[in-house]
Design a protein around this ligand. Structure first.
Ligand code: HEC
Ligand code: HEC
Length: 338
């Protein structure tokens, strides 16, 4: 099955002649790659994780849940430019969509967490997104007999911090979608899945727009699944002003000056519905994003050398926006059963 899958995808990818298809060739050398993503936990664990993800009881005020900022109505993202924590404090960054989050080799705009489990501890701090420590959250849900029952079915024990993060992570790994019109075009070789203007936009994306240099369509780490990123950290100048970098991004983790202002290159799947855009949510529309690239990004000491003024025509810009719209697929969202 895996063998067939990769063959079909490789053939489809090469047939489209995309410059960013190199990644799919790497699949030949690593056919077990696919299974690592489809591995799932038991039903009880996932159902528990889903309940926890949507439960505002796991917050200081009792009003904030993971789903407040990763809202399924907004592709598991946040329509606000930056998220507001449980204590009412705005954060610095825009909450990423969690669609296909299991495919990301590291998490956050600065890549500081290596696994979903590790990440899930993060919001549980009295001053953090959820406004409560994880021990206190575990103690609180322990008072609910239905949670005690669910934990014992899932893990054979009572509610614990480790159980909470394991269950949430297992649920997050199920938020997978993969049937956009672009998938049908590139993987199922359905030539009619894209309109002429979308195909033209794809040409601009891989050609004059230079987009696929960074938003690599089939990334080496996910050669069978078009994610539109290689997950590298890059500086395009967002958040750099007269007073310097507002957010050091990757630079705050590596403590290297060359990384100041670099952020993980985001996936563009479902990008038409995951605005506002960039780590600080500073662009409201895709047209604004494309105008920004057309101007060559925002000059700063670490600007990625690929960026330069492009002189895109109106048609090219409209093509890009149309093409990005073909990456939307919300039908397979798991319906939350609270
Ligand atoms: C108050 C809003 C808020 C709440 C509540 C919240 N998050 Fe987030 N989440 C964010 C923001 C903002 C980021 C990006 C932060 C960064 O990059 O530094 C983020 C990042 C993430 C990421 C990384 C995504 C990626 O693309 O790398 C995951 C996974 C995640 N959150 C899961 C959760 C889970 C699970 C919970 C509940 C336990 C939760 N979040 C609660 C706002 C929130
Ligand atoms: C030099 C590498 C590079 C190139 C070239 C590039 N991008 Fe990006 N892109 C990034 C990085 C890095 C970010 C995140 C930056 C940040 O938030 O500070 C990003 C963010 C975005 C976002 C916001 C996504 C989100 O979830 O917030 C969109 C949309 C986007 N790029 C589209 C494009 C398009 C279209 C092109 C071609 C015109 C393009 N990019 C070219 C690296 C690049």
């Amino acid at each position: 099955m895996q063998e067939l899958l990769w063959r079909a995808m490789l053939a489809a990818c090469l047939a489209t002649g995309l410059v960013a298809c190199q990644g799919s060739r790497a699949l030949r050398d690593n056919q077990s790659q696919w299974s690592q993503y489809t591995e799932t936990s038991g039903k009880e664990v996932i159902a528990l994780g889903q309940r926890l993800f949507f439960d505002a009881m796991l917050s200081g005020s009792g009003r904030t849940a993971c789903a407040t900022c990763h809202n399924p109505d907004f592709a598991y993202g946040d329509p606000r430019p930056v998220s507001i924590s449980d204590n009412g404090q705005p954060g610095l960054r825009h909450a990423p969509s969690l669609l296909n989050v299991a495919f990301r080799p590291y998490l956050m705009w600065d890549g500081r967490f290596a696994s979903l489990e590790e990440q899930a501890f993060g919001p549980f701090r009295p001053e953090g997104e959820l406004g409560i420590g994880i021990e206190a959250a575990a103690a609180r849900i322990s008072r609910d007999p239905s949670y005690r029952l669910q934990f014992s079915r899932a893990f054979g024990g009572s509610p614990s911090p480790e159980g909470i993060v394991a269950a949430i992570a297992a649920f997050e790994r199920t938020i997978v979608i993969g049937n956009s019109r672009f998938d049908r075009f590139a993987i199922n070789k359905d030539d009619r899945a894209l309109t002429p203007i979308e195909k033209y936009g794809l040409e601009v994306f891989t050609g004059r727009g230079l987009c696929a240099n960074c938003h690599v369509i089939f990334a080496p780490s996910t050669p069978s699944f078009p994610l539109f990123t290689d997950f590298e950290f890059r500086n395009i100048g967002i958040g750099f002003g007269a007073d310097g970098f507002h957010d050091l991004g990757r630079g705050a983790i590596t403590v290297l000056e060359v990384d100041y202002g670099s952020f993980r290159t985001p996936s563009l799947r479902n990008v038409a519905v995951t605005g506002p855009y960039m780590h600080d949510g500073s662009f409201g529309t895709l047209h604004e994003v494309i105008d920004f690239y057309d101007a060559g990004g925002n000059p700063n000491p670490n600007l990625n050398p690929i960026l330069r003024p492009l002189g895109l025509t109106i048609q090219e810009k409209n093509g890009l926006v149309a093409f990005l719209g073909s990456l939307t697929d919300l039908e397979l969202l798991p319906a939350p059963t609270r």
